[in-house]
Ligand binder design. Structure first.
Ligand code: NAD
Length: 773
């Protein structure tokens, strides 16, 4: 399922209503939470001068459904409503005033009436809370008159609160002051119109912009409506009729006068009737000309040019809109807790797309370093993005979770979920952060799990937060699929975004946030929370399965004399299989695959299901991590005392400094346990390695330095810089020209040419001319 478009658009013209806006949006927010389907609120700032636009902008950071259409100047209510209707995306449009006199609680009632046989439901403010003499009496008279003239009998044409089908609303051609006649104009288009009594509240904030003069204008407008409904597309019919009547009368009179003069000999001089005859002919000609001009005006001005009756200065809020307007994305306040690989990348990318982001971590040193411009992890492109967004004021770092919760609407939890002793995901940090959020919430929040969490965690979080706070909130599962080393690219252009949520409001919020990242058409997939949680585990478990499968195939290839590289390409071109994740190696590692595979096995076990496939995936992986050491002992014997090996690559994969569960750890420990000395190099992970191995190995800044005097080289991570080395120099530095290639980086033929003994994975061994060891 892709994200739903809004089901209802609430259109609110705003002119100098700064004081009413916050309470109005709060009331509306509550009401919209009760209606079925997502809603959007389109406020049209009609050239306010009291700071209404700025107030709306600030409120927009808290209310993701809010869009603000800012008109270039004050055009009047008709233009504002028209702009709102044009920008509305939903099939149903509800218009209302911003002055709090309309009651948002009436919206569900209006929507309920709008059924198969009703297209417009007009509010009827009853009892009306306005002065009798200046407002109610003239309004009553006006309503009677309008009903009589238009033939659409309603009690309250002046009520802005009404629900209507967008199909009719968007067809209305509103000019001048015609918004009051919307029901009559819609009826003229064929809409079925009815009315419903609605609450009318006395004005408590701001002041009315309209007085008696408005009522007087109604009569002129009525004339326009009558003309528009009857003759707007055929003005010649009306003016032509008058013209023909006058002209005919004039001609008849002229004929009569001619007869009197010529036949009866009655003199015409001094008779005013002569002037009347001439006048009638001239007026007749003028009416016909007016009618023709009217035709030209109607067709040229409104139809062919589609002239707008207003100009938009700016629009705040992401609306997928193909019309003539430019859109800016909403500034949403986002807070991400956990500044690890996921949290830091997600927070930075959300800031890059224009949101205000606060990143929180409980490790003070980390936060201080980030504030000082130091990036604690290596991820290509991240440092530059952080620097830019910090400089532009969109990205800040803090340890103060309470402050972040109070100032943000969307709260992402991106803390670690390591494996517990039994293989289950340790949710300690996720749950404690959730409770902390609950304790500080002061209004509606969307709490999003970005961390990979077991199925059912959203429910646990919901219960934990609900037990602490009475404020409304939604829990969303939004698993992250980024790959370390390409995390920015993955986040900015995700293959898909998965959103697990139950509430329309939360879904809409997430869609707003992710819209800028899926402009190229990749989907935002909306599902229930457990399915979203499962999707992440299923993805990682499947990828881990492919890796273990290929490692098994590679091991078999070695035995039967096949080359796994040919096999890999042979199956990869099958579109059902594809090329990704078919590279054999020294096993998978990192912060995700190992723990996520364990977590799926654990969850299955909790449900009474053994998952033999994934158990095997794990076993194969553990064995594969030992493969390279086995190859070394096969070459050099079990006792490696007195041997020295160089290791290129320690991170669990290239382009990261992450060594969590890296196969290099098993390899280093395996060789050390057999008495070997090790000289290690990694472009980014040396400081991580120091934390793990201390002074048990020597660390080298360049790959060649590590080779000096080594009995052989082991390649453990396929960094690009290892792919085209200076082979003659390597041969000189090594005591024996032997390479154990855990990632199949080199071409066996090239190895042969350079005189190396080359031991790859799943491919034939290349033997150099025998040399003493
Ligand atoms: P990480 O260990 O790099 O980062 C976790 C951060 O959370 C740390 O900075 C830690 O200090 C902070 N933290 C922990 N408890 C905290 C608390 N109570 N308050 C504030 N901060 C706290 O982990 P990561 O690699 O970013 O992964 C985070 C989650 O995302 C995990 O569930 C992981 O499985 C998932 N994930 C990771 C990747 C990846 O490539 N690393 C990809 C997809 C999903």
């Amino acid at each position: 399922m892709t994200t739903p478009a809004p089901a209802v658009s609430i259109v609110i013209p705003v002119y100098n209503e700064a004081e009413s806006l916050a309470p109005l949006l709060e009331e509306l927010g509550r009401v919209l939470g009760t209606i079925e389907g997502p809603a959007e609120i389109i406020t049209v700032d009609d050239g306010s001068t009291d700071g209404s636009f700025e107030r709306l902008r600030a409120l927009g950071a808290q209310e993701p459904r809010l869009r603000i259409v800012r008109l270039a100047r004050n055009y009047g209510q008709t233009a504002a409503i028209s702009a709102g209707i044009e920008h509305a995306r939903a099939p149903i449009i509800v218009s209302m005033d911003a002055d709090l006199q309309n009651d948002p609680a009436d919206i569900p009632r209006l929507l309920a009436v709008l059924g198969d046989d009703v297209d417009v439901v007009n509010g009827w403010r009853n009892p009306r809370q306005d002065p009798w003499l200046t407002r109610r009496l003239p309004s009553r008279l006006a309503n009677r008159l309008i009903s009589l003239v238009t033939g659409t009998a309603l009690h309250d044409y002046g009520c802005t609160l009404r629900a209507m089908r967008a199909s009719f609303a968007k067809e209305l051609q509103l000019y001048g002051e015609l918004h009051r006649f919307i029901p009559a104009l819609a009826a003229d288009l064929g809409a079925r119109v009815t009315e419903l009594k609605v609450h009318h509240r006395p004005r408590t904030l701001g002041r009315s912009k309209y007085g008696l003069s408005r009522t007087l204008r109604v009569f002129l407008d009525l004339l326009t409506v009558k003309f528009l409904s009857g003759f707007s597309t055929r003005p010649i019919q009306l003016f032509g009729l008058f013209g023909l009547l006058c002209g005919s009368a004039g001609i008849a009179l002229t004929a009569e006068l001619g007869f009197e003069r010529l036949v009866l000999g009655v003199p015409l001089a001094g008779r005013p009737v002569v002037l009347l005859a001439i006048l009638l002919v001239v007026v007749g000609v003028q009416f016909v000309s007016l009618g023709l001009l009217g035709e030209m005006v109607v067709r040229t001005y409104h139809e062919s040019q589609a002239k707008p009756i207003y100009r938009v200065r700016e629009v705040v809020g992401c609306i997928v809109f193909t019309g003539r307007h430019q859109y800016a994305c909403p500034v949403m306040k986002v807070f991400v807790v956990g500044t690890g690989y996921v949290g830091l990348v997600a927070g930075t990318c959300f800031a890059e797309s224009g949101n205000d982001v606060i990143c929180v971590d409980n490790v003070v040193k980390k936060v201080e370093a980030l504030r000082d411009g130091a990036v604690p992890i290596y991820e290509p492109g991240l440092e530059e993005l952080i620097r830019r967004n910090v400089a532009e004021g969109r990205l800040t770092f803090t340890t103060d979770l309470a402050h972040a919760v109070r100032t943000s609407i969307v709260v992402f939890i991106a803390v670690g979920t390591p494996s517990g002793d039994d293989g289950s995901a340790d949710l300690g940090a996720v749950m404690s952060v959730s409770r902390e959020i609950a304790r500080t919430m002061d209004g509606y929040r969307v709490v999003v799990t970005k961390s990979t969490v077991p199925i059912g965690t959203s429910e646990r979080i919901r219960a934990a937060i609900g037990a602490i706070t009475t404020h409304p909130f939604d829990v969303v599962s939004n698993p992250e699929f980024m790959k370390e080393g390409a995390a920015i690219e993955d986040f900015m252009k995700p293959d898909r975004v998965v959103i697990g949520a139950a509430s329309a409001r939360a879904i809409e919020t997430m869609r707003e946030l992710y819209d800028p990242f899926v402009r190229t058409g990749n989907p935002i997939l909306v599902m229930d929370n457990p399915s979203a949680e499962m999707t992440k585990y299923a993805a990682n478990a499947l990828l881990a399965t492919r890796i273990s499968f290929m490692n098994e195939i590679a091991n078999l290839c070695e035995r039967v004399g096949a080359d796994v590289d040919h096999v890999r390409r042979g199956i990869g071109y099958d579109r059902r299989i594809g090329h990704h994740f078919l590279f054999p190696g020294v096993g998978y590692g990192g912060s995700c695959f190992p723990k996520d595979v364990k977590a799926v096995i654990h969850t299955a076990r909790e449900q009474g299901i053994e998952f033999p496939l994934l158990n095997a995936v794990e076993d194969v992986n553990e064995a594969q991590k030992r493969r390279l050491v086995e190859k070394v002992t096969t070459e050099f014997g079990d006792d490696l005392h007195g041997r020295r090996f160089a290791i290129w690559g320690l991170a669990f994969k290239p382009r990261t400094d992450d060594m969590r569960e890296a196969p290099s750890i098993t390899i280093v420990e395996g060789l050390l346990a057999r008495g070997a000395k090790l000289a290690v190099h990694d472009p980014e992970a040396l400081s991580e390695a120091r934390n793990l191995f201390g002074d048990r190995v020597t660390y080298h800044r360049t790959n060649y330095e590590a080779l000096e005097g080594a009995d052989a080289l082991l390649i453990v991570t396929e960094w690009n810089e290892f792919r085209r080395p200076d082979f003659p120099r390597m041969k000189q530095l090594l005591r024996h020209p032997i390479i154990f290639d855990g990632r199949n980086v080199y071409d066996p033929e090239v190895m042969r040419e350079h005189g190396f003994t080359y031991l790859p994975i799943g491919r034939a061994v290349v033997r150099a001319a025998a040399a003493s060891r």
